[in-house]
Design a protein around this ligand. Structure first.
Ligand code: SF4
Ligand code: SF4
Length: 377
């Protein structure tokens, strides 16, 4: 089998296995690697220090895998037939990012890439060396996607495909095989800047540049500590991730629906009722979010987010729920319960909050109590 036939059969197989997109690029390096270095140097990665640790390897894949020649990028559409967060949803309830409604995509994609690799090994005339990456390895996935022809990187920093939009999971097979390469996709954002204008926190500091430290997805998923006070109101009702800059994108207006049933929302996760989420103890959290992307936030981080959303709701019905969590074992939860109670009850909460100070020894919670007391003076 020659290179042309091998390339064609790999692409046909990828689609047959159930991927929606497949494209092939060389391994680089690409000019975007320089951009990534600058982005890191500005601290835009926040607490995601693992990005710095692997930055050299991200820059040039051949440092990890010297024989690497080609990257096969595969995309899977995860859009399901449910409303966007910007319309037809109840703002008194929470919002979990679309990608996290169903099963963890890492496993789904890894299984398919393994099948594809098995096929490549069967048909290749030469020995195949390969690595599989799904969001884990030192790979600039969107850059490979772009050079592999499956989409362009939009001003919202997501990979956008002209036909199916930006609700795409991607994974790659890096291989020693010489294959035919696709052409990079041209930028089709044009003069549009809807994502930048719609972002509640100004995290898209300029077109194509995201300051993660301001991004609600980072704040509600990656950040381990307290959500900065000045950003909490802007988090709105987002309890895990944020879809706004994709919801407003015109390329998602008629985005296709996925054939995957594993990405359909699990019961209770679409525009979820906040009080039911708040009741989750450690064991319940593990059970409800088993094999779900949401488990990444851990119970403390997730409940922190729910408390912020409750504080932002202005709905006094949540007060008894919030009060219960003033005694939670996790200081992160207690600290955000103090803030949520203050938001919901205002000055009426001051006596309760003051009363906590004598018994509270955790510096993070004490700081939160003192902040509220200062504001209440
Ligand atoms: S995910 Fe939300 S907060 Fe982050 S850049 Fe997009 S709109 Fe802004
Ligand atoms: S909203 Fe407009 S500018 Fe932003 S990614 Fe979509 S097309 Fe590009």
């Amino acid at each position: 089998m020659d290179t042309v036939a091998l390339t064609r059969s790999i692409k046909e197989k990828a689609l047959e296995i159930g991927f929606d997109l497949v494209g092939i690029s060389p391994v680089g390096p690409f000019p975007e690697s320089q951009f990534f270095k600058e982005w890191l140097s500005k601290g835009f990665n926040g607490e995601m220090k693992y990005m710095e640790r692997n930055s050299e390897r991200r820059e040039d894949l051949r440092r990890v895998f010297p024989e690497a020649r080609s990257v096969i990028s595969c995309g899977l559409n995860y859009n399901t037939e449910y409303p966007y967060s910007i319309n037809r949803v109840d703002k008194q309830r929470g919002w979990i990012s679309r990608y996290a409604w169903g099963d963890d995509y890492h496993e789904v994609i890894k299984d398919r890439l393994s099948k594809l690799l098995g096929f490549i090994r069967e048909v290749s005339p030469v020995e195949v060396k390969a690595l599989i990456y799904v969001d884990t390895g030192p790979v600039l996935e969107r850059v490979y996607g772009r050079y592999g022809g499956i989409g362009w990187i939009g001003k919202n920093t997501c990979l956008i495909n002209q036909k199916i939009g930006s609700w795409i999971f991607i994974g790659e097979i890096i291989t020693n095989l010489e294959l035919n390469y696709d052409s990079p996709v041209p930028d089709r954002c044009g003069t549009c800047r809807r994502c930048i204008d719609a972002c509640p926190t100004g995290a898209l500091v300029k077109p194509y540049v995201l300051d993660s430290r301001l991004c609600i997805s980072y704040l509600t998923i990656e950040l381990r500590g307290k959500i900065p006070v000045e950003l909490r109101e802007k988090v709105g009702n987002n309890v895990f991730g944020c879809d706004i800059c994709q919801d407003v994108c015109p390329w998602n207006r008629r985005a296709k629906f996925s054939r995957e049933t594993s990405f359909l929302p699990r019961e209770g996760l679409l525009n979820p009722e906040l009080s039911s989420l708040l009741e989750l103890a450690e064991e319940d959290f593990k059970k409800v979010f088993r094999k779900s992307p949401v488990k990444r936030a851990k119970r403390g981080g997730f409940i922190r987010n729910v408390l912020v959303a409750m504080g932002n709701s202005g709905n006094k019905r949540f007060i008894p729920h919030v009060k219960r969590l003033l005694k939670d074992a996790d200081p992160l939860v207690r600290a955000h319960a103090v803030w949520a109670l203050w938001k919901l009850e205002g000055k009426d909460a001051l006596e309760t909050i003051k009363g906590l100070l004598a018994k509270e020894h955790d510096p993070m919670v004490r700081e939160e109590i003192l902040n509220v007391m200062n504001q209440g003076l």
